[in-house]
Design a protein around this ligand. Structure first.
Ligand SMILES: N[C@@H](CC(=O)c1ccccc1NC=O)C(=O)O
Length: 318
C-alpha cells in the first residue's frame, strides 16, 4: 500500500538522481543543441529586449500599469488596432527560475498576437530575493483579477507562462477567487516548458535565493495539490495546454507529462504537445515570428479556428 501521501512521492524518479545529475536536469541551458549555454541565455535576453522595444514602438500600449500597491505590482498592456475593449487577453508570465527576467524583456509574442486581435498583458512580479514564491503566486492572481476588473467585456483571459512562469500560471488553476471579489473569465491555459512539482528544486542551486522549505515547495506545487486534494475544474471546458520543447531536459519532460496526466484524471480538458526541434529558450523566442507553430497553437486555442493571414504582413510594417 502507498503510505507516502500524494501518489508515491518517496518513489519519485528524480530521487534516484545524484546531486550533479539533478542540477543538470534543472539547468535548461545545458540541453540546448544549436548554441552553447551562455550564448543561448544571451540571445534569449537580446531577442526579448528587441521584441519589447519593437512592441512599445509599434503598438498602442499602456506601460507599468499598477495592479496593486506594491512597487513591483505592474503590468504592460499591448492593444490590437481594432478600437474595442472586447478583445481576448493573453496574460504572459515570464520565466527565469523566480529570480531573474522581467516584463521589460518578455514581450516576445506581442506583435504577432496583437496583429491578430489579441490584447497582450505582460506581468511583472517581485522575483527573489525580494519576493517569495507565495508572494509571486499572489501577484499573478492579483494581476489577472485586475485585467478582469479593468476589461469586464473581455472575450476571455488566456494565461500563458514560460518555465517558472508556467508554474505561476498553473497555480491559477487552484486559486480560490472569492477573496479577490471577482472570478476572472479564464478561457485557457498555455503552460510552456514548466515545472509543476517544486520539490526537486529544493535540492538544487536554484533554491539558494528562494529559501524554499519542503513544505513551501509542496504548498506551491500544483502537481502536489491536484494529487493530494483534487480541485474540481471551475470550468471543465477550459482548455489546459501543457507544452514542452523536444530539447527540454528529461526531467522537464517528465514534469509536463505527469502534470498533464494528473490534469486529465482530475477532469480538466488538458492536452499535451511536444514541439519539434526546439529547446527551452527557442520555444519562446520563436514567438516573435508570426508563422511560428506555437503562435498558431495559441491563436487556435483563442479563436478555436485557424487564423486568417493578416492583411498587412509583419514583414511590411515599419
Ligand atoms: N540558469 C538557467 C536559466 C533558466 O533556467 C531560465 C532562463 C530564462 C528563462 C527561463 C529560465 N528557466 C526557468 O524559469 C539555465 O542556465 O538554464
Amino acid at each position: 500500500m502507498d503510505v507516502s501521501g500524494a501518489g508515491g512521492w518517496d518513489e519519485a524518479p528524480w530521487k534516484k538522481l545524484c546531486a550533479e545529475e539533478l542540477e543538470k536536469q534543472y539547468t535548461p541551458s545545458k540541453w540546448t543543441v544549436r548554441l552553447g549555454a551562455e550564448e543561448t541565455l544571451k540571445t534569449f535576453s537580446q531577442i526579448g529586449s528587441q521584441a519589447t522595444s519593437k512592441a512599445r514602438a509599434t503598438r498602442r500600449s499602456q506601460l507599468h500599469v499598477p495592479y496593486g500597491d506594491g512597487k513591483g505590482d505592474k503590468i504592460d498592456i499591448y492593444f490590437p488596432d481594432v478600437a474595442s475593449e472586447a478583445w481576448p487577453f493573453l496574460v504572459f508570465v515570464h520565466g527565469g527560475y523566480w529570480q531573474y527576467g522581467s516584463k521589460d524583456e518578455s514581450a516576445f509574442m506581442v506583435n504577432p498576437l496583437t496583429a491578430q486581435g489579441v490584447a497582450v498583458v505582460v506581468v511583472a512580479y517581485d522575483i527573489a530575493p525580494k519576493g517569495t514564491l507565495d508572494q509571486m503566486v499572489d501577484q499573478v492572481a492579483r494581476s489577472t483579477v485586475f485585467v478582469q476588473k479593468r476589461y469586464p467585456c473581455n472575450e476571455g483571459i488566456y494565461l500563458c507562462g514560460h518555465s517558472a512562469g508556467a508554474h505561476l500560471a498553473a497555480m491559477m488553476l487552484l486559486t480560490n477567487w472569492t477573496k479577490h471579489g471577482v472570478t476572472p473569465n479564464l478561457r485557457g491555459f498555455l503552460l510552456i516548458s514548466g515545472i509543476y512539482d517544486l520539490e526537486p528544486i529544493v535540492s538544487t542551486s536554484v533554491n539558494a535565493p528562494l529559501h524554499m522549505t519542503l513544505e513551501g515547495a509542496r504548498r506551491n506545487s500544483p502537481q502536489w495539490h491536484l494529487e493530494a486534494a483534487p480541485v474540481k475544474p471551475a470550468d471543465p471546458a477550459c482548455p489546459v495546454l501543457v507544452i514542452v520543447g523536444q530539447h527540454d531536459s528529461p526531467e522537464f519532460h517528465r514534469q509536463s507529462r505527469e502534470f498533464y496526466q494528473t490534469l486529465c484524471t482530475r477532469g480538466w480538458k488538458a492536452s499535451f504537445e511536444e514541439l519539434h526541434d526546439v529547446d527551452h529558450f527557442e520555444i519562446i523566442w520563436n514567438l516573435t515570428q508570426e508563422d511560428d507553430v506555437l503562435n498558431q497553437i495559441i491563436l487556435k486555442t483563442i479563436f478555436q479556428k485557424d487564423p486568417q493571414p493578416s492583411s498587412t504582413p509583419e514583414s511590411l510594417q515599419s
